[in-house]
Design a protein around this ligand. Structure first.
Ligand code: ADP
Ligand code: MG
Length: 498
């Protein structure tokens, strides 16, 4: 071999060695990156851990906070608001009634026709529209004019048979934000939640705002009740089954109400109702306890939200936030490794990942997780390998499992407060034989998260059995109430007329 040839061969060997070295270095780096991501996942799992012992602590804290909120105004983060609803619809109501429901993401309008028997409930023309986002931080006038305009269009579409000429239409206004009521027909907004920000409306009478807007449009409608969405769901539950004493909503936000004895509402002494009870709107979204498993993602989400230090429970369990928690985890994984490829600016955008995409990824049954790939692509992350897609599914699972289990603990807390959890409540111990006499208890549940996200629902129901035990669980029935908030509010108005 000549000198030149030798030099050539040597150079080729050196080149091959350095290519191999680069490849090995890359593989080592990529393994290290993968390890980083696995550690982030592990840390998330540990942070979101909800063993039954911890859930029981949350149950107790919920029951204690309920007591405190009933004892004095401002006594707890739970406002435990009076609703002035003491009689729920029985099933004998007759006539035609309307409901207009302002939720967190949707508004709905519907009409019910009642024939005086429980089986004769005819729900007509349910209209459901997304709330245009510009309305959420507009003015009260713009918001209510829009609602009145939508109501007018709804009525225009009615046939002549729906309402006799000259008779005022009775309307329920279902409102999914905290209100301080002075009667069932009036109440002022305490604060906005779920991303709404129309500050001049705080302190205003909500029913009056709607009535004014309806009058301005010349509509012959009477706002006969201002109803929290949870109270609507309770009303529909009770209408079908009088063992219904609790209602919970898992939609954009989350909240619960229940039937309480008036003598237990200590902060309103002397409150008399014919039934001896009143529905209490807990505003449980604002529940807080040091036993709640909080991660750095929750802390950052809260700090950067429009309502920091507020609605801590809601931010862990409701539809508005689950997607955002998952996004924050994926973003961190993508920043600390290259497993998601080149960084996507879309992924840095708050709230870009919606909870319905989380459920679509979580429940993706295709072999290659194509739905996960499609959603990630929409977030600007394309061509991720299968093992990364599986990792994303796992993140969805961890966040939703925690949400479902904490939701169950919340429900069990209410059952504990009213002595329906088999333990005799938080003040008295009961014997095993008394547990046999446990009353059948129905919990009405509604909201888009619960109705559409099967894994959330299953985790919640599984945890409820875990907390209560098989024996007591047999007496606790969770019933889904589709559109319960709106339909039930219309039924409540009907019951006020009869
Ligand atoms: P609102 O909160 O306006 O009363 P809904 O009760 O219908 O409306 O809840 C809507 C919310 O439910 C959505 O914002 C979303 O967070 C959640 N949601 C709806 N569909 C799904 C789904 N398929 N998977 C997971 N969450 C969903
Ligand atoms: Mg709702």
């Amino acid at each position: 071999m000549g000198k030149v040839a030798v030099a050539f061969a040597a150079a080729a060997v050196v080149a091959a060695c350095s290519v191999a070295a680069v490849m090995v270095r890359r593989r080592v780096r990529s393994r290290r990156k993968w390890r980083t991501v696995v550690e982030i996942l592990k840390e998330l799992e540990e942070g979101c851990n909800t063993p039954v012992g911890r859930l029981r602590q949350v149950v107790d804290a919920m029951a204690v906070e309920m007591h405190a909120g009933l004892a004095s105004e401002g006594g707890s983060k739970l406002k435990m608001l009076l609703t002035f609803v003491h009689d729920l619809p029985k099933g004998t109501e007759k006539g035609t009634y309307y409901a207009l429901h302002l939720g967190g993401s949707y508004f709905r309008i519907l009409r019910v026709h009642l024939g005086g028997e429980r089986s004769y409930l005819d729900v007509q023309d349910v209209e459901r529209h997304p709330i245009p986002s510009h309305l959420m931080n507009s003015t009260s006038e713009i918001l209510f004019n829009f609602l009145a305009f939508s109501m007018e269009r709804f009525i225009e579409k009615e046939g002549n048979g729906s309402n006799s000429q000259g008779v005022k239409r009775e309307l329920a206004f279902t409102f999914s934000f905290p209100v301080k009521h002075s009667s069932i027909t009036s109440g002022v907004l305490i604060k906005w939640t779920k991303g709404f920000e129309i500050s001049e409306m705080v302190g205003k009478d909500i029913a009056e705002c709607l009535q004014g807007a309806l009058n301005r449009r010349g509509l012959d409608m009477h706002v006969a009740a201002l109803v929290n969405d949870t109270v609507g769901a309770l009303s529909l539950g009770y209408y079908h089954d009088p063992d219904t004493v609790v209602a919970v909503v898992f939609g954009t936000g989350s909240n619960a109400c229940y039937l309480e004895r008036t003598d237990a509402i200590i902060k309103s002494q002397g409150l008399l109702t014919t039934s001896g009870s009143m529905v209490v709107n807990m505003e449980w979204g604002n529940f807080w306890s040091s036993h709640l498993p909080r991660t750095s993602y929750d802390i950052d989400l809260d700090a950067e939200s429009s309502n920091p230090n507020d609605m801590g429970f809601e931010k862990m369990i409701s539809g508005m936030y689950l997607g955002e928690i998952v996004r924050r985890v994926i973003l961190r994984m993508s920043q600390e490794s290259d497993i998601f490829g080149p960084s996507s600016s879309l992924l840095s955008e708050p709230y870009v990942l919606r909870t319905n995409s989380v459920s679509a990824m979580h429940e993706d049954e295709t072999l290659e997780l194509q739905e996960v790939a499609r959603i990630l692509k929409d977030l600007g992350v394309s061509e991720v390998p299968l093992k990364v897609r599986k990792l994303v599914v796992k993140v969805c699972d961890v966040v939703t499992r925690r949400a479902g289990r904490l939701a169950a603990a919340g429900i069990a807390g209410i059952l504990k407060k009213i002595g329906r959890d088999g333990s005799g409540g938080i003040t008295s111990g009961r014997s095993r034989s008394e547990i046999q006499m446990q009353k059948r208890t129905v919990v009405a549940v509604e909201g888009g998260l619960y109705m559409n996200y099967t894994m959330f629902r299953e985790y919640m129901e599984e945890a409820l059995v875990e907390i209560l035990g098989e024996e007591v669980s047999r007496y606790v029935v969770v019933k889904a109430m589709e559109d319960g908030s709106s339909i039930g509010s219309a039924l409540l108005v009907a019951s006020l007329q009869s």
